[in-house]
Design a protein around this ligand. Sequence first.
Ligand SMILES: CC1=C(/C=C/C(C)=C/C=C/C(C)=C/C=O)C(C)(C)CCC1
Ligand SMILES: [Fe+2]
Length: 316
Amino acid sequence: MTFMTLTGPRDFFAPLYWGGAGICAAAAILTNDVLISLATIIIFGLPHGALDGEMARQALRPRLGYLWFPVFALPYLVLVGLVLVAWHVVPFITLNLFLALSVWHFGGEMRDNGSSLLAGFVLGGAPLILPSVFQPEATAALLSAMAPPVHLAVPPSWLIVLFPVWALCASAWLGVSPPATRMRRLWSLVGLIVPFAVLPPLQAFMIYFVFQHAPAHIASLIADCRWCRLSSAGHAFYRSLPLTFASLGIGAVMVPFYAGPLAPRMIAVTFQLLAALTLPHMIFDYVIGRAPALREARTPMPGDFPARPHVHPPVP
Ligand SMILES: CC1=C(/C=C/C(C)=C/C=C/C(C)=C/C=O)C(C)(C)CCC1
Ligand SMILES: [Fe+2]
């Protein structure tokens, strides 16, 4: 019944969650503490990716029974392991691939319902291109900490070279927008530019990840009536807990394999793990969106928590 108090009709979840996220983010900014920024990123950002397990369960369990879990988890874990090994074997290449995949991933999440590639590049490129241009040294230091023993004095040049292209694309994206959406687009750009212009890069990324990227992903799943058990943010958070804890477990196992002072070490663990989870997450997203068999196999299962309907009937 705790569940009901979290997600019931009087939804206590949103104020609790956003209050917690706001306090943690403010603490990270006010104390300038790397570890608090990382903790905020993990606690309030990681769960959005951990919903893959819930989607796989809904898609696969009606056809495979309990076998759904190994069918989903084994390839997923193999990919996680491969990415973690790649960080150690070819850190420079892995870092650059991760940055490029992140542009793609962030763009896909932020543009409204699968709109243009232009929108994807503008909205997905900003979180990586802007810190590289506005605060090159701090960004290079963070990227170096992410991929030891790589040492970068400046961010990867392709991110810098993309800046004028990005600025042109952003202007074009605003310019071609229908008047009704122009202000919304302008505000979404302001919301991206301001944090990366005024805050240190890790804190700006924290704001982006926790308050823009993760909520956009969760909102798109809630709006999608295929995922009947994800009908509110509270349900989504609850359903993300098992894989969130599993990911934290993987992170805990990783820590002893990394050397050096605590802050850079935790930066490496956090972002290498994020990269390792992002690759299977993106592949999963692609597969679940394309495979017709997976799209249709969504009958309610015994023992399911009765989800709130997505569309409420009009009150007479
Ligand atoms: C660490 C760090 C950066 C890169 C972060 C990346 C690349 C994160 C990717 C996360 C993903 C893909 C999550 C998926 O949900 C910046 C912004 C360059 C500068 C600030 C510090
Ligand atoms: Fe994501």
